[in-house]
Design a protein around this ligand. Sequence first.
Ligand code: NAP
Length: 343
Amino acid sequence: MMITSKGRAREWHLARRPQGQVSADDFALVETEISELRPGQVLVRNTHLSVDPYMRGRMDDRPFYIPPFPLRAPLEGGAIGVVVESRADDVKPGQVVEHFLGLREATVIDAAGVVPIDTDDLPAETYLGVLGATGLTAWLGITRMASVRSGDTVFVTGAAGAVGSIAGQIARLRGAKQVIGSAGSSAKVRHLVDDLGFDTAFDHHDGATGEHLAQAAPDGIDVVFDNVGGAQLEAAIDHLRVGARLALCGMASQYDGREPHGLRNLYQLVTKRVTARGFLVTDHQDQMPAFRAEVGSWVRSGEIVHRQTAVNGIERMPEALLGLLRSGAPTIGKAVVRLQEQA
Ligand code: NAP
């Protein structure tokens, strides 16, 4: 299907709010007419859509840091696409751009809402992963929240995911003495050690996290970069050293309609004089240039390895998203929906 402003395109809607765990039936793929461009607007044909765990929070109708997804309206999220028509002077057809009106094949958007990206030496989808919001999140947590320094022992939960895989590598490049990662399958554990250079990794389904940490870091942990919360965070707190730093990035184990896991050992944050910092990447967009300068050079030199797990075709968006909301799914690195080239 050729995408033009006279054409039609498919977009994902939230058909109903999930009851408990999200299912593919909570979404609807809807075909709609592409609207005419007004002056200052561009039509973008999306090539790559980002799916991210925080989207689960937007499916519920309750206070969150970003408004809930409305029902029966196009969903949004990070996306990369190509401008196919333009009524804006400064954006030309053919330009590759990033924007936030994802989870659809095409979008008409004000030119101010797109950011041109340079795809000369890196694939476009890099800007959804290692050089996009997930990479920035990893960099902020390691460098700004936990201030990893030379000699630190660092533990990253959800370490084979989009954020965790980059966080662990940045910690090593910033001088960590030891980087430990947890993940939800033996394939992910092998990837962490063999491909990403983690010193130690373990499958958190395979025995107690506390026992793995006691074995890997008998003298304790200086920094935790936490992506999953729950039992793994509780075990990590037991193994913190005095003066440890905790970067609280996310709690993926708690998102999908599950009973929250209460932490029973928070008093240790007092006795160990721990600095725990929650943070949101959206508050730190001004750091993008500094982040891209440092991490971009590591990506180009090959010192940072970055993976993506892509599904092909907009129809498969729910499968890609659901894979992030349970442990042990095959997704490694950044989860992306790749849209087929339209003939
Ligand atoms: P991701 O790690 O690629 O995917 C989520 C992973 O969480 C899954 O692959 C799974 O890993 C783990 N998980 C899911 N359900 C779980 C459960 N019930 N128990 C244990 N583990 C479970 O996702 P990401 O995009 O990189 O995001 C990682 C975290 O960072 C998320 O919590 C996300 O919300 C957060 N985040 C925060 C910010 C911010 O600004 N603070 C920005 C971006 C992302 P295993 O299969 O290995 O167990």
